[in-house]
Ligand binder design. Structure first.
Ligand code: ACO
Length: 169
């Protein structure tokens, strides 16, 4: 059997506090090269349309991100009893000239499997991404979300600022 390779290998970026707060048999780790088979896309499908990926399409994207592993920090929560992905989330690191070559973390693509919601997995995922942002020296971490999810993000420590604008091609 092939062994997982991970999007990034720096274990110090995984919050020990978050790990210790997860339910028994659950763990949080970087996205792995075999997570397609563990249902990574099915969990993302809770959030939005994911399109149709062959296993190779998925791996192409995984290795694109892995080559840029100082930019893409995708995490998964795994239920080891079923060996399934139950929650996903990404922190994208943006480097800027402002704030003296500052860094901003963008939280993207947060989703918890339908039958796993309400167990604080979403909260733990956000805490884990905030931890990565802080460890990487981000001066802020931001995200866009639906109005109905504002109370969830407020519970994660976020405050509402400004407005989101979108332009669709
Ligand atoms: N409205 C109000 N409160 C909420 C909501 C909500 N929509 N969702 C969770 N909460 C509260 C919970 O009640 C809990 O409160 P408590 O601490 O007082 O008990 C707290 O927030 C933490 O909730 P969790 O159990 O961690 O939430 P869950 O694991 O269900 O994850 C999430 C929340 C991620 C929104 C999940 O419901 C989900 O996957 N939804 C569908 C996909 C989605 O909308 N993702 C977010 C997209 S935005 C982005 O990606 C940047």
């Amino acid at each position: 059997m092939t062994v997982d390779s991970y999007l990034f290998d720096d274990e110090t970026l995984i919050s020990p506090q978050v790990q210790s707060c997860l339910p028994q048999n659950y763990s949080i780790r970087p996205l792995g090269s075999r997570d397609y088979d563990r249902g990574h896309l099915q969990v993302l499908g809770v959030l939005t349309d994911i399109g149709h990926h062959s296993p190779q399409d998925w791996l192409d994207q995984f290795y694109y991100m892995k080559k840029r592993n100082d930019t893409y920090f995708s995490l998964v929560i795994i239920d080891h009893a079923s060996d399934r992905v139950v929650a996903v989330g990404t922190l994208l690191m943006e480097r800027k000239f402002v704030h003296c070559n500052g860094k901003v973390g963008h939280i993207e693509d947060i989703a918890v499997a339908n039958d796993q919601q309400g167990k604080k997995l979403g909260l733990r995922m956000i805490e884990a991404l905030q931890y990565i942002g802080a460890r990487n020296g981000c001066y802020k971490v931001i995200l866009d979300c639906a109005v109905k999810n504002v109370p969830f993000y407020e519970k994660c420590g976020f405050v509402q600022k400004e407005s989101q604008m979108a332009w669709y091609v």
